[in-house]
Ligand binder design. Structure first.
Ligand code: ADP
Ligand code: MG
Length: 334
């Protein structure tokens, strides 16, 4: 047995998981004794916030405020909580910025395909066309004076599944900071925020999975502090029918799962909501258009993995990415 004498005081961790927003949410808090916060109070505040976000923003709960907007499509505007109004506004901003690749008005198509739900199926071509016609986010009417939202055409539906987990991670980060937590990992179904550093000398190391390996093993690792880390890929949720694979990131312009030259996109940025929306958008846009988009967003970094074991990384990640599995190659994007 070897005893290592450590100059640093022992590092401790408390961790809790809850199921919310359709996924497992884990929050890990790190500290050196004595405990600088009350873990039970922190976890309770986190869990309450996740429940509220789900109650307000879920497209899969009939009683959510988002569903109230959807149910009133073609009829009347619905006044909603300012937080939901702001997230819808932000989502529409991303639809603008991404040339509609990120589309929060994609709900009718998401419901039709039902990917990840019991009714998942390859829909009939005319049903796909009809649902695609209900995804024009430019028609969504936002009224900031009473934070109301109006979908002008019956059948239109908002879906925040591409941004809500990032938003939730941001909200949890705020709670943790306000309660005295300095170092933490927040993981909302793979949408990750790290707070602080691992310790005085080391950054957090977050693994990026091989999209095609089912054991979930990491092939790359990114060294980060105070960052949001979000991966979108065609392997996360899908079904197979007649030997073809249909995944859950849809292209509203075709009505079908997005055909991308990338198998996964990881976005690293300062906040979770932006990183989440951009990860979904870049997957739809593919490598070339994503690069053009990222040129306009200097604070955002990315790792694009293609089907040939190449990981393209933005310049800002040059000294932060380690290859864990030899067949993977890294290429720095210009
Ligand atoms: P994950 O849910 O696996 O983290 P994403 O953040 O990429 O992945 O979000 C995918 C979810 O977003 C889908 O399940 C659906 O609810 C919604 N969605 C699908 N396609 C789009 C799109 N083009 N733009 C915005 N949201 C989308
Ligand atoms: Mg997303």
């Amino acid at each position: 047995m070897v005893f290592v004498q450590c100059a640093e005081p022992a590092d401790r961790r408390v961790e809790r998981s809850v199921y919310a927003l359709g996924t497992r949410c884990t929050v890990s808090l790190f500290y050196t004794a004595p405990l600088p916060f009350d873990p039970d109070a922190v976890f309770e505040a986190v869990s309450d916030r996740l429940q509220t976000i789900e109650q307000v923003m879920s497209a899969n709960r009939a009683d959510s405020q988002l569903s109230a907007i959807n149910n009133a499509a073609g009829k009347n505007p619905v006044a909603v909580a300012p937080a939901l109004f702001s997230l819808i506004k932000k989502s529409i901003g991303f639809a603008h910025k991404t040339d509609s690749a990120f589309n929060p008005a994609i709900g009718a198509l998401v419901k039709l395909w039902g990917i990840g739900f019991k009714n998942e199926q390859l829909p009939a071509a005319d049903a796909i066309q009809a649902a695609s016609a209900l995804t024009d986010w430019k028609t969504v009417r936002l009224n900031s004076s009473d934070t109301s939202v109006f979908l002008p055409i019956a059948g239109m539906e908002l879906d925040l599944g591409g941004i809500a987990k990032g938003y939730a991670a941001d909200e949890i980060a705020k709670i943790l900071r306000s309660m005295g937590v300095e170092r933490a990992i927040i993981n909302i179904g793979g949408t990750v925020i790290v707070l602080g550093k691992k310790n005085r000398t080391q950054l957090w190391k977050i693994g990026i999975k091989d999209p095609r390996r089912h054991d979930g093993g990491a092939v790359l690792s990114a060294a980060l502090s105070n960052a949001a880390f979000v991966t979108s890929g065609s392997y996360e949720r899908f079904f197979e029918q007649d030997g073809k694979r249909y995944h859950h990131i849809l292209d509203a312009t075709t009505g079908y799962p997005a055909v991308s030259d990338l198998v996964s996109v990881t976005i690293i940025g300062e906040n979770g909501a932006d990183a989440d929306a951009l990860a979904t958008a870049c997957f739809v846009l593919g490598k070339k258009k994503s690069l053009a988009l990222l040129k306009t967003l200097p604070q955002i970094n990315a790792v694009f993995i293609d089907a040939h074991n190449t990981a393209y990384i933005t310049d800002g990640l040059k000294n932060r990415i380690t290859v864990l599995e030899p067949p993977f190659r890294i290429q720095v994007l210009e």
